[in-house]
Design a protein around this ligand. Structure first.
Ligand code: NAD
Length: 381
């Protein structure tokens, strides 16, 4: 059996982590299934490599191929500095309607963590990926769009508006909120998770963040009524399997650190999710061990959570762990669970042997630092 994976190398540490990480994924498949199964890798160009080879950062052929693909995997893409460029990552998410960014937070024994009981950390974040202030509706002051919006605010609200820097818009739609929360609830049901927490700033932004909360509860009550109950219903003795609750985002940062065991599946809006996924990754070893996937209804597009890390690019210092663990998510996604288990076992073993890249060596007492390539070889072995 073969599965085609379209892959993008990415910028910065992209080449480092792919060179070290891809052999680990192939080794896991080979160990689990012998010659019976194989990942077939087909490269697509994007980012600096695409610009060098074909003169464009995001060639149309790449977008067209991804638009019909089911499985893809990308390294980090930098946003070219200078005017006129939109983030390639944001563009890909919007063009391909990758509405759910899913990031598990899993602890590996032996890593020093800022939380008291990291062994109790087992969370997965579902971040809405296409709306909110990241929708890219932002105008510099002086542009006709900004002036129209400022005039509207002055006329309609009677407000004294001094928007000398710029103006941005935070769109939140019922459909956008509902499909994201639905995906989180589906995950909770399929994986027998005890709770889903809606994270929002609805106390301040009532019609956007507050709407996310309301639509979240609505989906739980109407589409998952057999499985879900509210915290109040649970306190009154309810016996359904999943508690749906909500937390205000700033409080969530606090409680997720103090009582991580109370949180399992987290569903949230785009900006909250961006912050919270990096913050929670720090509980379990940081960005070098933080995997992720962006999903549309059709495409599962895996990617490490980190960026291009220009400070260590090409220096054989990057941790390929985030890419390798994103690969384990890919293998789970296609049902190759035995190969995914091999990867987690390899990660457990290599970390307990204390031979790790520098970002982890700093967090594991008595660890020896190895390079990116050597860490990949140890994992593959
Ligand atoms: P970053 O994630 O690249 O780096 C933040 C810090 O973490 C740096 O100190 C870096 O050295 C370290 N780090 C990151 N990945 C690591 C790894 N695998 N191993 C060891 N250390 C690692 O974030 P940044 O510096 O804010 O962004 C740099 C560029 O990456 C920007 O152009 C940004 O737009 C882009 N970016 C891309 C993505 C993506 O493609 N999904 C995500 C985030 C940032």
């Amino acid at each position: 059996m073969e599965k085609t994976v379209f892959w993008i190398e990415g910028d910065g540490i992209g080449p480092d982590v792919w060179a070290a990480g891809r052999p680990v994924l192939d080794a896991a498949v080979s160990k689990a299934y012998g010659d019976g199964r194989k990942l077939v890798w087909k490269e697509l160009l994007a980012g600096e490599k695409a610009f060098k080879e074909v003169g464009e950062y995001l060639p149309q052929i790449t977008v067209d191929t991804l638009a019909t693909a089911e499985l893809a995997f990308k390294g980090p893409l930098g946003t070219p500095v200078g005017g006129g460029f939109r983030s390639l990552n944001v563009t890909l998410r919007q063009v391909l309607d990758l509405y759910a960014c899913i990031r598990p937070i899993r602890y590996f024994k032996g890593i020093e963590s800022p939380v008291k009981r990291p062994d109790l950390v087992d969370m997965i974040i579902f971040r809405e990926n296409t709306e909110d202030v990241y929708a890219g509706i932002e105008y510099a002051s002086g542009t006709p769009e900004a002036e129209r919006l400022i005039a509207f605010l002055r006329d309609e609200l009677g407000a004294k508006v001094d928007l000398t820097a710029g103006i941005g818009i935070k769109p939140i739609t019922p459909a956008g909120c509902k499909r994201l929360v639905r995906k989180a609830l589906q995950h909770a049901v399929a994986h027998k998770k005890p709770s889903v927490t809606l994270v929002h700033k609805g106390n301040i932004m009532k019609y956007t963040e507050g709407a996310f909360r309301a639509f979240g509860y609505e989906v739980a009550a109407t589409e998952f009524a057999d499985a879900c109950m509210t915290e109040q219903e649970a306190a009154a003795g309810g016996t359904k399997s999943i508690v749906v609750k909500d937390r205000i985002a700033d409080n969530m940062f606090q409680v997720a650190l103090m009582r991580p065991q109370d949180y399992s599946v987290i569903a949230t809006t785009n900006l909250n999710g961006d912050y919270i996924s990096d913050a929670l990754a720090a509980q379990v070893g940081g960005l070098g061990l933080a995997p992720g996937v962006n999903m549309s209804e059709k495409l599962a597009f895996f990617e490490p959570t980190h960026g291009t890390a220009p400070n260590i690019a090409g220096k054989d210092m990057a941790n390929p762990g985030s890419l390798v663990l994103s690969g384990a998510m890919l293998l789970e996604h296609i049902g190759w669970h035995e190969a995914a288990a091999c990867i987690h076992a390899a990660m457990d073993k290599t970390i307990s042997d204390k031979k790790v890249t520098v970002d982890l060596a700093d967090q594991i007492p008595g660890a020896t630092t190895v390079g990116c390539a050597a860490f990949g070889e140890l994992l593959a072995k």
